[in-house]
Design a binder for this molecule. Structure first.
Ligand code: ADP
Ligand code: MG
Length: 242
C-alpha cells in the first residue's frame, strides 16, 4: 500500500490554481526529491500532506487516513509526518534538548524521563550531544536545522517532509544538514524533500519530481532525469539552478 496517495488533487488560492489535478503515489522507503521553479506549488503540496492546507478537489490519503476525514482522523494524519522547514522554527526560549522533547511530551504524553532519554539519543544521532543545553540563538544555522530534524524525528513519524531545509544556510553549513538527511534516508525512512541540491537528489533520491505550474511535469529516476532531461522546461530549469 502507498504511504502517500494524491488522487486528482486540486488546490486553489482564490482564482489561482496552485495544484492542478495532481495524482501521485509514494511507497514506503522512497526518497522523493521535488524540484521546480518558485511558485510551482512545491511547498503547498507538502503542506497538503500534513493537512495544513485544505484542498478543493480530489483526496489525499496518508497511511490510510484521508485529509477529508473527520477531525479525529485528521489529527491522527497530522502525526504521520515530521516536517522540517527552511527557517528552522525552533522554540527560541527552549534549549536544544527541550525542543526535541517538546513533541513527545506535549503531543504524545511520553513520560519526561523517557522523552529526555530519547531526545538525547536523537541529538547524538545528529551530532549534537554536546549542545543539548544550548539555546537556538547560541547555535549555528546548520546546528539549528539538525536540532529541527531531531525534533521532527522525536514524534516517530512514518514519513519526513523537508521544505528547502538548506536554503537559509551558508554553503559551508549545508553539508552537515544534508549528511544528517542522508543518514535518515539510510534508515529506510520515507522522505519527500523539496530542494535545489541536485547532488543530494542524485546521491540520495530514489525518485525525482519536477513541478511546473501546479503539475508534476516529470517523474522519474534522478540520475536519468538530471543527466538527460527530456523536456525543454526541465532543461531550462536545470540551467538556472546549476
Ligand atoms: P513553491 O514552494 O513552489 O515556490 P508555493 O507552493 O509556495 O510554491 O506557492 C504556489 C503558489 O501559491 C504561488 O503562486 C503562491 O503565491 C501561492 N500561495 C502560496 N501560499 C499562499 C497563501 N497562503 N495565500 C495565497 N496564495 C498562496
Ligand atoms: Mg516553497
Amino acid at each position: 500500500m502507498s504511504i502517500v496517495e494524491f488522487r486528482n488533487v486540486t488546490k486553489r488560492f482564490g482564482s489561482n490554481t496552485v495544484l492542478d489535478g495532481i495524482s501521485l503515489a509514494i511507497e514506503p522507503g522512497e526518497v522523493v526529491v521535488i524540484v521546480g521553479p518558485s511558485g510551482s506549488g512545491k511547498s503547498t503540496l507538502l503542506r497538503c500532506i500534513n493537512a495544513l492546507e485544505t484542498i478543493e478537489g480530489g483526496d489525499i490519503v496518508v497511511d490510510g487516513l484521508s485529509v477529508r476525514g473527520k477531525p479525529a482522523q485528521v489529527r491522527l494524519l497530522r502525526r504521520e509526518a515530521g516536517m522540517v522547514f527552511q527557517q528552522f522554527n525552533l522554540f527560541p526560549q527552549l534549549t536544544a534538548l527541550e525542543n526535541v522533547m517538546f513533541g513527545p511530551l506535549h503531543t504524545r504524553a511520553v513520560p519526561k524521563a523517557q522523552a529526555r532519554e530519547q531526545a538525547r539519543a536523537l541529538l547524538s544521532r545528529v551530532g549534537l550531544a554536546e549542545r543539548e543545553n544550548h539555546y537556538p540563538g547560541q547555535l549555528s544555522g546548520g546546528q539549528q536545522q539538525r536540532v529541527a530534524i531531531a525534533r521532527a524525528l522525536a514524534i516517530k513519524p512514518k514519513l519526513m517532509l523537508f521544505d528547502e531545509p538548506t536554503s537559509a544556510l551558508d554553503p559551508e553549513l549545508r553539508h552537515e544538514v544534508l549528511k544528517v538527511m542522508q543518514d535518515v534516508a539510510e534508515t529506510g525512512m520515507t522522505m519527500i524533500v523539496v530542494t535545489h541540491e541536485m547532488e543530494f537528489a542524485r546521491k540520495v533520491g530514489s525518485r525525482l519530481l519536477f513541478m511546473d505550474g501546479g503539475r508534476i511535469a516529470e517523474d522519474g529516476n534522478p540520475e536519468e532525469l538530471l543527466t538527460r532531461p527530456s523536456s525543454q522546461r526541465l532543461q531550462e530549469f536545470l540551467q538556472h539552478v546549476a
